[in-house]
Design a protein around this ligand. Structure first.
Ligand code: ADP
Ligand code: MG
Length: 206
């Protein structure tokens, strides 16, 4: 992995968040407090504005810097969760290297585990994890089978979409929507939607 790729990914993420303002804001207004778009926009813009600082760093140092910065800028439930993803991904790449797809997949999966631990949620609770867990599992297995990056990117895009759509029929047991009970059914989780958009945007760069 190259730091340039991380920066291109940050720009692609910012573009897709800005292009989906209405969707993200309405989803969080329906089953949350309406701030998810603002939180994600602030996070993405902060990272893009770090360009000069990031390009001088190794990929793992850049990811750690991003995590630390997000911790203090995103806010909401999603801020610390996404921050722990980047910091743990960085730590795993530092320990095991970043020179192959299986290693990058393992670091992504470790980042997702950090979110699970920090937020004490898991699959099926109507959160971003309904996108991130299946994507991490599939990334690791396709990378272990030796598939090329383009095939993996296209499979992960589809899996992220399926995971995002699956949140529509779920009752939330974590986060703000947990208080809504059955009233949350029929609504897609905003964090699942933003994660799906981010994964799609990054996969398109491959
Ligand atoms: P807040 O809920 O504080 O307003 P955001 O609106 O930015 O923060 O983020 C809401 C999203 O955070 C939810 O849609 C959900 O995907 C995610 N989320 C909330 N709690 C958790 C948790 N414990 N584990 C994983 N994701 C969570
Ligand atoms: Mg919110």
């Amino acid at each position: 992995m190259k730091t340039d790729f991380i920066f291109d990914a940050a720009q692609a993420i910012q573009r897709t968040i800005l292009a989906n303002e209405h969707t993200l804001e309405s989803l969080d207004r329906e089953i949350g407090d309406g701030d998810h778009y603002i939180n994600m926009k602030r996070g993405a813009t902060t990272v893009v504005d770090m360009q000069a600082e990031l390009v001088t760093l190794s990929p793992e140092a850049a990811l750690n810097k991003i995590g630390l910065k997000l911790l203090s800028t995103i806010g909401g439930a999603s801020g610390p969760l996404l921050a722990s993803f980047f910091m743990c991904m960085s730590k795993t790449l530092k320990e095991h290297g970043d020179d192959s797809l299986p290693k990058i997949a393992a670091a992504f999966a470790a980042g997702v585990q950090a979110i699970i631990q920090r937020g004490k949620a898991n699959l099926g609770e109507k959160t971003m994890l309904d996108v991130l867990i299946p994507v991490a599992t599939q990334f690791e297995s396709l990378a272990a089978l030796g598939h090329d990056a383009k095939l993996i990117a296209s499979a992960l895009t589809k899996t992220a979409e399926t995971g995002m759509l699956s949140t529509q029929d779920l009752i939330a047991t974590k986060g703000r929507a947990a208080g809504l009970g059955e009233r949350a059914i029929g609504h897609i989780d905003p964090g699942a939607k933003s994660c799906q958009l981010m994964i799609e945007a990054v996969c398109q760069l491959v």
